[in-house]
Design a protein around this ligand. Structure first.
Ligand SMILES: C[S@@+](CC[C@H](N)C(=O)[O-])C[C@H]1O[C@@H](n2cnc3c(N)ncnc32)[C@H](O)[C@@H]1O
Length: 337
């Protein structure tokens, strides 16, 4: 079915979120509830360390990377996790600790400087042999591009918003002052079902757990530009599991030439003996200069039992579509409960 037709069919049933890729004045935005514990993040750090962290955080803008191979893996998996939660009538929450701007332009601004989406969504966009998991994901991207031209890319908040039903809620954290403004603007018509927090997601999430319906997907998606993100993610999941052990937690991580990244999957596996799923996509050999992303992974605690099989069957297709050299591969590891 042509993409525009698919979109029209699904789009009619969806609630609309206006999207913009630039910040706007705050007047038209949703109320922003400050997170409870932003101060604890800095309380143990000296001023120099705090300033360093601030600089690293300011330099990262997800728009540079929107739609790259790592976003493809992350967003395709997040979509399936949400679909699974949506199978029961009972309400769920979607919590995004590192939300970003929500929607990105691929035709202007940062994304055009790197062209990273050419290594990801652009390679899937014109394909007519997509396996179901990736067809589903591309259809979500199509919803933002109804004329069939790939101009916009949905971030995780937007993908999640389209899956939310009346009874479901979303909670989004974003620390970057410009990104949160854009996110607020994009969700200005979302109403009380979407609460946006201008603050630290690692700390802020703790006060939200357990969520009232006792069903939730939590996405932890830091940029890891700051190497402390690795240990903060581990601590955050550990703490969250104590408060809400039955929640589904999805942790994205980069494959880069950094010891923290190399040992991260094994550390994640120690968070819980059973009931986890690990999927990774390596697209190339590590770059010789030592810099750059050559793959990524998603580690899911309390995943739907059906997901591992789907991934094992369909990841080989993704490796062929996005692989750059002979090092391209995937891994799926699953420990059921
Ligand atoms: C990888 S991007 C998020 C992408 C988004 N989840 C998506 O898939 O579309 C990471 C975001 O986290 C923000 N950030 C960095 N540190 C943060 C923190 N401690 N708490 C909340 N947001 C943070 C960055 O400004 C950036 O926008």
């Amino acid at each position: 079915m042509p993409r525009a037709e698919l979109t029209a069919k699904r789009g009619a049933a969806q609630r609309s979120v206006a999207y913009n890729t630039r910040p706007r004045r705050a007047s038209a935005l949703l109320p922003v509830v400050p997170p409870h514990c932003t101060r604890t993040a800095g309380s143990t750090l000296d001023r120099h360390a705090l300033f360093q962290r601030f600089l690293i955080m300011l330099s990262y803008r997800h728009a540079f990377h929107a739609g790259n191979h790592a976003d493809v893996l992350k967003h395709a998996v997040v979509l399936q996790l949400l679909r699974y939660l949506g199978q029961k009538d009972k309400a769920y929450w979607y919590i995004d600790t590192h939300a970003g701007a929500g929607v990105y332009s691929l035709k202007e601004g940062y994304a055009t400087k790197t062209g990273e989406f050419q290594t990801g969504i652009a390679r899937l966009w014109e394909r007519n042999d997509l396996p179901p998991l990736f067809a589903d994901y591309v259809e979500e991207v199509s919803a933002l591009n109804p004329d069939g031209q790939l101009r916009f890319y949905p971030g995780s908040p937007y993908i999640a918003w389209r899956q939310l039903r009346e009874q479901d809620r979303m909670r989004l954290f974003e620390l970057h002052t410009t990104e949160i403004d854009v996110l607020r603007h994009n969700f200005r018509d979302a109403g009380r079902r979407a609460m946006l927090y201008a603050g630290d997601g690692f700390d802020g999430i703790i006060a939200l757990l357990p969520p009232a319906p006792r069903r939730a997907l939590v996405l932890l998606d830091p940029s890891y530009e700051d190497k402390r993100d690795y240990s903060r993610t581990l601590r955050c999941v550990e703490e969250s599991l104590k408060r809400f052990p039955t929640g589904t937690y999805a942790v994205w991580y980069p494959q880069v030439k950094r010891p923290e990244s190399q040992r991260f999957p094994e550390q994640l596996k120690k968070l819980q003996e059973r009931d986890w799923l690990h999927v990774s996509l390596t697209v190339s050999n590590p770059p010789e200069d030592g810099f750059g992303l050559y793959g990524s992974g998603m580690f899911i605690l309390n995943p739907p039992y059906t997901l591992a099989k789907m991934l094992k069957e369909q990841m080989p297709w993704l490796v062929k579509a996005l692989g750059e050299d002979r090092a391209a591969e995937f891994k799926v590891e699953y420990r059921g409960d």
